[in-house]
Design a protein. Sequence first.
Length: 178
Amino acid sequence: MTGDERAYRALLVKYEHAVYNICYKMVRDREEARDLSQEAFTKVFSMLDRYNPAYAFSNWLLKITSNLCIDAMRKRRVDTLPMDEPIRSSGGDIERQYPSPRDTPDKTLIKKERMAMLSRAIDALPAHYRIMIVLRHQEDLSYDDIAEVLDIPLGTVKARIHRAREMLKTMVEDKDFW
């Protein structure tokens, strides 16, 4: 047995259990896990010249193993049914019906009305609360960014955003406001 073969055997003995466990946890099939484990070691041994000793060998091996498992899972066939064929049953064929991904006209109108109401409520907020809602929810800034932009403490930003939301909630629920 050559030195390389002994080194390969030592690596195999040291890591075979960990590699198999990862494969099994990923694919949930003993035979496929064994095949993937063998494939992982074959790949590692063929790529040893690419291993960077500055990093842990075990991490490199487990990364290769994980990638093989992910690839194997992607290749699995997913059973699908054609969307345009009817479902066959003893009572006859049943046509498949799917809801439209688009909103119905009434839902679109309701959304527009709600957005207009919310916009009016935001406009009715005092300026120091309105800016909080605009920066947080329309400009999508983080609390930290808002504090920096407005040059105010983070706690003040959090308190004002909370208070602004409470005020908006009250306005939206108040029938007299509309």
